[in-house]
Design a protein around this ligand. Sequence first.
Ligand code: UDX
Length: 452
Amino acid sequence: MKVCVIGVGYVGLVTGVCLAEVGHNVICVDKEKSKISSLSEGVCPIYEIGLKELIKRNLNEKNITFTSNLTEAIKSQDIIFICVGTPPLPNGKPDLTALDDVSKLIGSCLNGYKIIVNKSTVPIGTAKRVKKIIKENAKEESNKNGSPIFDIVSNPEFLKEGEAVNDAFFPERIVIGSESQKAIEIMKQLYKPIINQDFDYAIKNSKNTRKKIPVIITDSTSSELIKYASNAFLATKISFINEVANICERVGANVVDVTYGMGLDSRIGSKYLKAGIGWGGSCFPKDVRALAFTAEEYGAVASILNAVIQVNNYQRYRIIQKAMDILGIIEDKIIGVLGIAFKPDTDDTREAPSITIINKFLELGAEVKAYDPVIKKCPEEMDDKVIIAKDVYEAVKNADLLILVTEWPEFSDIDFNKVKSEMKRPNIIDGRNMLDKKQLTEIGFNYRGIGI
Ligand code: UDX
């Protein structure tokens, strides 16, 4: 089928490449010409495991092309995925400017029946908003036989950064939200290879048993809410266990054991119950705020959602408090930080805990040296007084305190005897409960975890 993907961020690019890989003809569009030209040469602008190889292969097989000519792409393709950003405004309301602009252009370019698919995480009711804008800009409302000239579908993504390619090919469910049975049938055809898991990439790469993927067919509003409620629930699990971790610290319990004991209950499950510094990224912070905003906008109560946000914000300041408990005055101290990305296996620093924590230490007058395996320059939102260390040992040299912020696997293999010899004082805060408390204590570290 002929697919156009508008916006080549990590959702659009992964979606486009996945659909090309399973046999569709895909045109990816973005207004950033530099991004388009590098993609056309097979250069991948984002760090996602497996993505670069898939881009190259599908470029060679001419299943995918990249262009900045949105009008042409809309006119030549039948299924138009909207994958533009919906970043939060200061009050938490998603900024839909890009979505509205694209919808207007789609309306003005309609030259035959199209399916417009909202893939971006969009506020509840956006499908209706997009339909209205397209209608206002379309030359005619229906085909000669009176059937609609376009239909809208909500088809939210559930891609985790660092595992986005895997999540695209092996989703746990596909959600199709639309009021048009015709559009629903076409979308089921589009996803048929994924639903049946009968494509080459699956055979070579699937860790799954290649069972059929469940498809949820619903209305567009319920589809939009499935996305928001899923992310908000995952964020709630994390904030819940972080609150339990803070209680553990007061009563002398071990949150790792508590989590294990909880997770064995199949009604709770062990995933998204890892206590630590809390969540960051481009989704959880934006989506939880957006859902709380929508609730209040429609007169519903968002007390749990607001508490989930509050607990998450507080968790970052727990690190500052722990540092003050250990060091007393922060001014003029040297603090080493391990990890800048919001989670391992990504170069994304959006709303990363490292930014809040490092900016606060710099504001308090500390010298901060941060090392990350992938991020080699100071993120835009981070105070550029931070020193980006070239390796772990530069970050810890003469440090009064070391803080593990992102749980990159390589941090488990650090030679902590060497680290201790490089540091001024052997203080360590393990913000992800990733390191071996017993081993580090035996080496002579003053080890602090989160809830342990
Ligand atoms: C999330 C959702 O998982 C995904 O389905 C959605 O499409 C996009 O948002 P992502 O933000 O990429 O994906 O990362 P994820 O792995 O879910 O982690 C989100 C945050 O929660 C990270 O900051 C991570 O460090 C934190 N986290 C995760 C915890 O603190 N504890 C956990 O147990 C799990």
